[in-house]
Design a protein around this ligand. Structure first.
Ligand SMILES: *C/C=C(C)/C=C/C=C(C)/C=C/C1=C(C)CCCC1(C)C
Length: 227
């Protein structure tokens, strides 16, 4: 059972319930926005749903093993982060912007390189060192940032009023909110100056913002555009 003084364990608990509640909210709200926004809302709900399931396991792992649930985090990321990238594409399509399939693939491949690189480095699989895994991961992240700040996706968004404010808020999440994870990798793994307790507490807060707030931004755009 959860120990009352295990504050990081408590954050695991809170985030897992928040993920379930958000899932119900996104699915339910998806039924009242206009049809072209429904896929975006369903995907927002899928992201928090996948996270909710993983958080149930992660909180058990944390309580029982008293260590970082690394493999669950990465399985969650490899599923939810590409879906978040798909969201950029979906909201552009929903708003009627013209954007090519190339943009979709750059975002998708960027996320996969980012997460797989990080996992290889963190787990030492295939002889990839911690530092080399980090470099691969940063390269993937850079591809995403370029695409949403300078590339085709960003140009499509800036020429479309109904989607540009949501797009701007979402890409700030990718730049600022996501920066927490590579920082955690550097301080928790490369320099080992942050202990697993602090690291998991920070990751939990980051997931809360990066998945739930991310979905709420889409919901807000969908409701406004449907009105
Ligand atoms: C809901 C979960 C999210 C939004 C997870 C995001 C994870 C990242 C942005 C991870 C990034 C990393 C790098 C940029 C470098 C290599 C190490 C990683 C995988 C931690």
């Amino acid at each position: 059972f959860l120990n009352g003084s295990d504050f990081v364990g408590i954050t695991f608990w809170i985030v897992s319930i928040a993920m379930w509640a958000s899932t119900i909210f996104f699915f339910y709200e998806g039924m009242r926005v206009s049809a072209k926004w429904r896929t975006s809302m369903v995907v927002a709900g899928l992201i928090t749903f996948i996270a909710a399931v993983h958080y149930m396991y992660m909180r058990e792992y944390w309580v029982v093993m008293e260590s970082s649930p690394v493999v669950y985090r990465y399985i969650d990321w490899i599923l939810t982060v590409p879906l978040q990238m798909v969201e950029f594409y979906l909201i552009l399509i929903a708003a009627g912007a013209i954007v090519s399939g190339g943009s979709f693939w750059r975002l998708l491949v960027g996320t996969i390189v980012m997460i797989v690189g990080g996992y290889l480095g963190e787990s030492g699989l295939m002889g990839v060192s911690v530092t080399f895994g980090f470099i691969i991961g940063m390269f993937g992240w850079a591809v995403i940032i370029w695409e949403i700040f300078r590339g085709e996706a960003s140009q499509a968004a800036s020429s479309n009023a109904s989607v540009s404010s949501a797009f701007n808020a979402m890409r700030l999440i990718v730049l600022v909110g996501w920066a927490i994870y590579p920082l955690g990798y550097v301080f928790g793994l490369m320099t080992e100056t942050v202990d697993p307790n602090t690291l998991n507490g920070i990751y939990n807060l980051a997931d809360f913002v990066n998945k739930i707030l991310f979905g709420l931004i889409i919901w807000n755009a969908a409701v406004k555009d449907s009105a």
